[in-house]
Design a protein around this ligand. Structure first.
Ligand SMILES: [Zn+2]
Ligand SMILES: [Zn+2]
Ligand SMILES: [Zn+2]
Length: 135
């Protein structure tokens, strides 16, 4: 009898060890199992931990967006769409507005010294002020 469907066996098929089946299979069940195990790798991939947004930790479906490299996040960091938009807005703001006083910067902007631990760029006024404070 087939170990899976219980049908009487005309031809016995020996199950593979990794199937962990006792006894023999009919040809139908054998083919089914072959297919099942042949497609295992892709099934396992689907069952892998779903990706999570790096910011809000929400589970990501097909809407995962890669963080921009300019954002200084781990390469390949994935975000959900809302967080991506937020980051993008933040980044644009950081790019165009003074990190200290928030004034919109023109073409000329100043990079803060590393010791100041200020993210973004500064307007001239703030840079001068910060610089005159010394170390
Ligand atoms: Zn069977
Ligand atoms: Zn998010
Ligand atoms: Zn400023």
């Amino acid at each position: 009898m087939c170990a899976l469907c219980g049908r009487e066996l005309k031809h016995k098929y020996k199950p593979k060890d990794e199937w962990q089946i006792e006894g023999y299979l009919c040809s139908d069940c054998h083919i089914e199992k072959m297919k099942e195990f042949a497609s295992r790798p892709s099934q396992q991939q689907k069952q892998e931990e779903p990706d999570h947004c790096a910011v809000c930790k929400a589970e990501l479906g097909d809407v995962a967006v890669k963080a921009r490299w300019q954002w200084e996040m781990e390469p390949g960091t994935l975000l959900c769409q809302p967080c991506f938009n937020k980051k993008e807005a933040e980044y644009t703001k950081r790019l165009n507005f003074c990190a200290t006083c928030g004034a919109k910067m023109g073409f000329i902007r100043y990079n803060p010294k590393p010791a100041w631990k200020i993210k973004g760029q500064m307007c001239r006024k703030c840079w001068d002020a910060r610089n005159s404070q010394g170390k």
